[in-house]
Ligand binder design. Structure first.
Ligand code: GLA
Length: 407
């Protein structure tokens, strides 16, 4: 057993045993154990939900915009639906003070980050920031390399609840080792902080990131497109396909992150956004909205706040769905839920409506089992269904149902 596997135990006693095991050649050295003997805080038992500035605003951010988003999250129904983290992505930083402390851009954030975090907290929400494990962020701002402990202490003193740490300007650094330093720094910071590892899936984070972080990106960046890829930014369909086989690696407090939502950003139709949102819920993805919450239409809000779909994403069993059938443009995805229900998505990637079926066999149920089927978008319920369920699915659409054995 290697040290990562050993550390996956995560209980303090298991971690202590790992670190003292012969793997280390005897008693662990102080710098090896610093901070990681503290267990990873259990603050993401279901996938984190919130908002991030990048997909809509990129570097065009300032404190007024972030306040506006926090206001909208609290008043629009998003907070009631479960969204809580307001996360500022790249470009809030400017430089470092003489003592190394990271400084916010004084023109865009004149009141400082602590005041903004306090404002977000005053709305009953949580606050997040972005950094990079390399020398610079992807936007060329100061990165955390060499400043991990100082940055973690600064963030904790500002009231940061969530930090996304990117993978730009890392040269020949080893990913696991680099993110381990930040995990130690965060655990030594004195504050429970969700650690979002943004390493783009380059070095198979699904194999080493679980003891360190609460979520890890599995791919390069998402773009607001159904199927058009461009360099390192990928369409919804590309990202979906690259997450399909990772189902075994995800679970409570350690989630695959297929990247933030594009719902409401304008590059896809509402039907396509419903597919995106439904399938992210099936993947047990962190639901991090990426649109302008202070200026969204009703269709966007209705998608983002569909409580039945969110309940699937947030199901406490935390099992990522599997794609159980694929034929031409049609697919069936199944996610087992706590208590024995199944969430099922019938997915039509094609340009014509199709009838798609799921057999009870794919749900690991006997064909004679009677169940009720609830459509999570139309809310229609069909009772006493046996053996299989079929529905017509619109082009680029889903039918998403929750199937419950009848008792
Ligand atoms: C990378 C990340 C994105 C975003 C940008 C910011 O591309 O993957 O999610 O944070 O950097 O520069």
């Amino acid at each position: 057993m290697d040290i990562e596997q050993c550390l996956r135990g995560l209980k303090p006693i298991v971690v202590a045993a790992c670190l003292l095991s012969p793997f280390w050649g005897g008693a662990a050295m102080a710098h090896e154990t610093l901070g990681l003997e503290a267990p990873k805080p259990a603050i993401a038992l279901t996938p984190p939900m919130g908002w991030n500035s990048w997909n809509k605003f990129a570097c065009n951010i300032d404190e007024a915009k972030i306040r506006g988003v926090a206001d909208a999250m609290a008043s629009s129904g998003m907070k009631d639906a479960g969204y809580q983290y307001v996360v500022i992505d790249d470009c809030w930083q400017k430089d470092r003070a003489a003592d190394g402390t990271i400084q916010a851009d004084p023109e865009r954030f004149p009141s400082g980050i602590k005041a903004l975090a306090d404002y977000v907290h005053s709305k009953g929400l949580k606050f997040g920031l972005y950094s990079d494990i390399g020398a610079k962020t992807c936007g060329g701002r100061p990165g955390s390399r060499g400043y991990e402990f100082q940055d973690a202490r600064t963030w904790a003193s500002w009231g940061v609840d969530y930090v996304k740490v990117d993978w730009c300007y890392t040269g020949s650094s080893e990913a696991n080792a680099s993110y381990t330093i930040m995990a130690k720094a965060l655990r030594a910071s004195g504050r429970d902080i969700v650690f979002s590892i943004c390493e783009w899936g380059d070095n198979k984070p699904e194999e080493w990131a679980a003891p360190l972080g609460h979520l890890w990106r599995t791919t390069g960046d998402i773009r607001d497109s159904w199927d058009k890829d461009e360099g390192y930014s990928h369409s919804f369909l590309w990202i979906l396909d690259h997450n399909a086989d990772l189902w075994a690696n995800s679970g409570p407090n350690h989630w695959n992150d297929p990247d933030m939502l594009e719902v409401g950003n304008g590059g896809m139709t509402d039907v396509e956004y419903r597919s995106h949102f439904s399938l992210w819920a099936m993947l047990a993805a962190p639901l991090i909205a990426g649109n302008d919450l202070s200026n969204m239409d009703k269709a966007t809000l209705d998608i983002l706040t569909n409580k039945d779909v969110i309940a699937v994403d947030q199901d406490r069993l935390g099992q990522q769905a599997r794609r159980v059938a694929q034929s031409g443009d049609t697919e069936v995805w199944v996610r087992p839920l706590a208590g024995g229900d199944r969430a099922v998505v019938l997915f039509n990637r094609g340009a014509e409506a199709k009838t798609i079926s799921v057999d009870w066999d794919a749900l690991q149920w006997a064909p004679g089992l009677k169940a009720s089927v609830r459509d999570l978008w139309s809310k229609a319920v069909k009772k006493s269904i046996k053996g299989s369920y079929s529905a017509e699915v619109a082009p680029h659409g889903v039918v998403m149902v929750r199937i419950s054995p009848a008792v």
